[in-house]
Design a protein around this ligand. Structure first.
Ligand SMILES: [Ca+2]
Ligand SMILES: [Ca+2]
Ligand SMILES: [Ca+2]
Ligand SMILES: [Ca+2]
Length: 343
């Protein structure tokens, strides 16, 4: 389909500049890494300054895209937003190169700069839809979706069938559970071998204080003293359980000689700080209308505008797998290659 339209477009778009040069464009800004800015109106844009100075930008009502896309941030899938007078695709050709920064003033300022000048402009009509699809980029074996220092693969992530391991049965699969054994000591604090004995899993040593072959991060009684770890962690030190220590400076939950029995009914909140999400933007069944009064219309069946990446905070509640939503405003992620891991 793309080739057919490329041919049609190639035939249509021969643009004469003031200088007499002929500019030929194929609207070839598909599959771009998009940049996002704006508040009341969100602008997604891609630019090209190689053989022709051009841009493709999608302007969408900030409220509309925020409410729809927020749902997709916690439950990946697709949503359709109509093209209309507010939600518009704009293609432009310029007489000079556009700035390349992510805070591109041409798209991100209320009052755009006067240079470069627009030579030609096409805008979408009210026909057609925008299809927005999100995926989590951290759902690969090598990634560490919950940021606890243990890869998804070691945490029983099931790429094939989605039957992920849930060691403590709390409804949150281990690869998204910041406390895999529900003992109120975050997994990230339970893995370091330190001076304790270790157990090896997938060629990696994990701390196993009581040497029962179960790594501490999956052991509800790390020191095997008969008191569950969660009852040996002071409620006031839930985020820093290693601060509740005996006279020898050993945390009580790792003190094999002495058991402490505290009532501790509260569980750690399952906050994942940086889930890595990718949003794809496509347009379907739409037209671009040349804005020179000629009425020239170019019809598209589909156009893959591209994608943009974000890191977001997610809270998962125990007992079910519903996400409660974002904890904070998402931040744009630096451009990274597909599959690249930052952890
Ligand atoms: Ca992990
Ligand atoms: Ca769990
Ligand atoms: Ca734990
Ligand atoms: Ca214990």
């Amino acid at each position: 389909m793309k080739k057919i339209f490329a041919l049609i477009i190639f035939g249509c778009v021969m643009i004469a500049c003031d200088s007499g040069d002929i500019i030929v464009t194929s609207f070839d800004l598909e599959d771009s890494q998009l940049q996002l800015c704006g508040r009341e109106t969100k602008v997604l844009f891609a630019t090209n300054s190689e053989d022709v100075y051009e841009s493709m930008s999608l302007l969408v009502s900030g409220n509309e895209i925020s409410s729809e896309v927020n749902k997709l941030r916690t439950r990946p899938g697709s949503v359709e937003i109509p093209l209309n007078n507010t939600n518009r695709l704009v293609y432009r050709i310029y007489d000079d190169a556009l700035p390349t920064s992510s805070s591109n003033p041409y798209f991100c300022s209320d009052i755009p700069p006067s240079e470069p000048q627009v030579l030609e402009e096409y805008k979408s009509s009210t026909r057609g839809v925008i299809l927005i699809t999100t995926i989590f980029r951290d759902e690969t074996n090598d990634a560490d979706a919950d940021g606890d220092g243990v890869s998804n693969l070691i945490e029983g992530f099931d790429l094939e069938n989605g039957e992920h391991l849930d060691s403590d049965g709390d409804g949150i699969p281990d690869y998204l559970d910041i406390d895999d054994d529900n003992d109120n000591v975050p997994t990230r604090l339970e893995t370091n071998p330190s001076r304790d004995p270790v157990v090896m899993i997938n060629d990696r040593d994990f701390r196993d204080t009581d040497e029962d072959g179960i790594p501490n991060f999956l052991d509800a009684d790390d020191d095997e003293d008969g008191s569950p770890t969660r009852n040996e962690v002071n409620e006031d030190n839930r985020s820093t359980p290693n601060l509740y220590v005996n006279a020898a400076n050993i945390p009580y939950y790792l003190d094999r000689q002495n058991a402490i029995f505290l009532e501790n009914p509260v569980y750690l909140e399952n906050v994942i700080q940086n889930r890595r999400i990718r949003t794809y933007v496509e347009l379907r069944d739409f037209s671009l209308i040349k804005q020179d009064g000629s009425g020239e219309e170019i019809k598209f069946v589909e156009y893959n505008l591209g994608f943009y990446d974000e890191s977001i905070a997610v809270i998962l509640s125990r007992g079910d797998e519903e996400d409660e939503g974002n904890e904070e405003e998402p931040e744009d992620e630096d451009a990274t290659e597909e599959g690249e891991e930052t952890n």
